[in-house]
Design a protein around this ligand. Structure first.
Ligand code: HSE
Length: 324
């Protein structure tokens, strides 16, 4: 039986979602020969450490009793294979996730993350740090929620050249626009619902101002070998999209979607024909990959949500298990 010891950093919506999935899938993973053992869970208030394995069901049921050990000390000192970094990040500094990821890679641990900000701030540095330390840095969950966008581009479409990748990269704004279009719900109420469902970022202006989509464009572009920085992008969010504009678009056979476009280096609300593959509703994301050999492929799926995002995190954990 292969054993993978995990340190989970960040126990908000996404962290809890992952712990729920790990608890649910523990026996089926074991049947497949993989014992995923969580040896520490850290939050800003402290860490729970148990090198024989944290009791996940108990963690989910009871109010966690955070111990005094600091996250960085736990990352450096606890015997673990993977640090799963799931904190919310500041888009300008990349912190606190950046220092967690640096410490994990420098101490020879693989990293799996859903945290976009450290990659936006220091993509090249972190990829190199992982290479120099002989470990993997995996971040499928940073783009498109549950949709395997990065792994599809990296593996299944490896012999293709991607001419462009564009689409709906943010679940919260798609949820809001769909509610406005289909139910006439006002902007604020729709945003509140997205927050309640755990779709929105800790700071929801990241969603509605297009910052979250732009972060995903940066990560996608860099993963395709382009050197694109956040400041290179033109970013317009959806706060200027009025119910009147949404209705008018519909009358003319269009819908309004917040689209991130790698080739155009842009995030902006665009008119999308109602019968176009990118016209998906709710919190779905739709990513259109335009390649030289395969042609166009559209990937559609849950773009946000704690449970759905845990699927992408698990795929990275499984990939590390396969390669180690
Ligand atoms: N807030 C993000 C979204 C979460 O709504 O898409 C997934 O990155």
């Amino acid at each position: 039986m292969k054993v993978l010891r995990l340190v989970i950093v960040g126990y908000g919506n996404i962290g809890r979602g992952l712990v729920e999935t790990l608890a649910e899938k523990r026996s089926s993973l074991k049947k497949g020969g993989l014992d995923v053992k969580v040896v520490a869970v850290c939050e800003y208030s402290g860490c729970i450490v148990d090198e024989s394995g944290v009791d996940l069901k108990r963690l989910l049921k009871e109010k966690p009793r955070w111990g005094k050990r600091k996250t960085l000390d736990v990352i450096n000192e606890v015997d673990a294979d993977i640090v799963v970094e799931l904190t919310p990040g500041d888009i300008k500094s990349g912190e606190p996730g950046l220092k967690h990821i640096r410490a994990a890679l420098e101490s020879g641990k693989h990293v799996v993350t859903s945290n976009k900000s450290p990659l936006v701030v220091a993509y090249g540095e972190l990829v190199k740090l992982a290479e120099d330390n002989g470990v993997m840095l995996k971040f499928e969950a940073t783009v498109g929620g549950a949709i395997p966008v990065l792994n599809t581009l990296d593996r299944e479409l490896k012999s293709n050249k991607a001419r462009n990748v564009y689409g709906i990269l943010n679940g919260t704004t798609n949820f809001i626009l769909t509610k406005m279009l289909e139910e006439g719900v006002d902007f604020k109420a729709a945003l509140l619902e997205a927050q309640t469902l755990g779709l929105a970022e800790t700071d929801p202006t990241y969603d509605i101002e297009g910052i979250d989509s732009a972060a995903k464009v940066v990560i996608l572009a860099n993963s395709l070998g382009m050197d694109v920085k956040f400041k290179d992008l033109k970013v317009v969010g959806i706060t200027g999209v009025t119910p009147e504009a949404v209705d008018l678009a519909k009358e003319h056979g269009y819908t309004i979607k917040l689209v991130g476009d790698i080739a155009a280096k842009e995030v902006s609300p665009r008119l999308v024909p109602l019968d176009h593959p990118l016209n998906v509703g709710g919190s779905l994301n739709a990513v259109l990959v335009d390649t030289d050999v395969a042609g166009e492929i559209t990937l559609i799926g849950a773009g946000a949500g704690p449970r759905e995002t845990s699927s992408a995190i698990m795929s990275d954990i499984n990939a590390i298990a396969e390669k180690t």
